[in-house]
Design a protein around this ligand. Structure first.
Ligand code: NAD
Length: 272
């Protein structure tokens, strides 16, 4: 079992810095993978309405006697003030847990332009104690400024695409100024980061795997990481990163991998 770090959110609560991401894990396999992850030492899980596996996530958490930090997200169909209140209740029922730790607006869905109203609903849910912490995902600086301006409530987290080829330096600086924790989605670049020769060289130097190097880099940068795996061996590998450190040469080599066009997922401005 590993001694894992946590980060303090701007609402005073604490969030484990590493968790399991369950995107693309089939609904009927999710409970088993979540249990395997908990057995491997994970204390956080990241799901979403659109992943279709909130039930399995909740079942996996309920099957183990550990306190697990659970994140889920609201999808486009449930955007709008009243719709978001109802959408959260549906997530809550599917998860079947005593509480939800963190609930996010999954994307700003700019064409629809209902993210401010939806954010107001999340603020109310938090005030009423229905959800512990609230945040967003895939928000740009403009979207963040807009919800902060309109509600005065700063999201606890912005979950964004972030890996060595796409490091989001400017947005992270904005997060830091506003006390928003950054969660890195696709932290391994969906596996692509692991084939990079610079990462391979650092891995060899430390006697670690490329995945461990990349995940350690996120942790040292103060980011939350939610790598996805269904294999018990990789679940264990990905969390065995708290007994070594990168050095200044490693940091420089990984910083040099950042690319303007390094995005692998959708651009938030084009996600309708
Ligand atoms: P990831 O970067 O976690 O990569 C997953 C891939 O890497 C899988 O193919 C897996 O088999 C492989 N892998 C994992 N560990 C490995 C290891 N040790 N060695 C070799 N290969 C390994 O990509 P992801 O699944 O896209 O992202 C992780 C999580 O981020 C998702 O499950 C989800 O929770 C979240 N996410 C959020 C959004 C969003 O819009 N908010 C979008 C995408 C993903």
């Amino acid at each position: 079992m590993t001694d894992q770090p946590s980060l303090t959110l701007n609402d005073g609560r604490s969030m484990p810095q590493i968790g399991l991401g369950v995107y693309q894990i089939p609904a009927d396999e999710t409970a088993g993978v979540v249990q395997a992850a908990i057995d491997a030492g994970y204390r956080a899980v990241d799901t979403a309405t659109i992943y279709g596996n909130e039930e399995g996530t909740g079942a996996g958490v309920r099957a183990r006697d550990e306190t697990i930090f659970v994140t889920s997200k609201l999808w486009r169909d449930d955007f709008g003030y009243d719709a978001a209140l109802k959408g959260f209740e549906k997530s809550f029922d599917r998860l079947g847990l005593d509480w939800v730790d963190l609930y996010l607006l999954h994307w700003p869905f700019v064409e629809q332009d209902l993210f401010v109203e939806s954010w107001k609903a999340l603020v109310r849910l938090q005030q009423e104690g229905r959800v512990k912490s609230i945040g967003v995902s895939n928000f740009t600086m403009d979207h963040l400024e807009r919800i902060i301006h309109d509600t005065g409530v700063v999201p606890a987290v912005n979950q964004i695409e972030l890996h060595p080829s796409f490091q989001q330096v400017e947005l992270r600086a904005f997060h830091d100024e506003n006390r928003i924790v950054t969660t890195s989605w696709s932290p391994l670049g969906q596996g692509a980061a692991l084939d990079d020769p610079a990462i391979a060289a650092i891995a060899q130097k430390h006697g670690r795997t490329p995945a461990q190097i990349v995940l350690r880099w996120h942790i040292e940068a103060g980011l939350v990481v939610i790598p996805k795996s269904t294999s018990p061996a990789r679940l264990a590998e990905n969390i065995a990163i708290f007994d070594f450190a990168l050095d200044a040469d490693d940091e420089r080599a990984i910083a040099a991998l950042d690319r303007r066009d390094g995005r692998i997922g959708p651009d938030p401005m084009s996600m309708a």
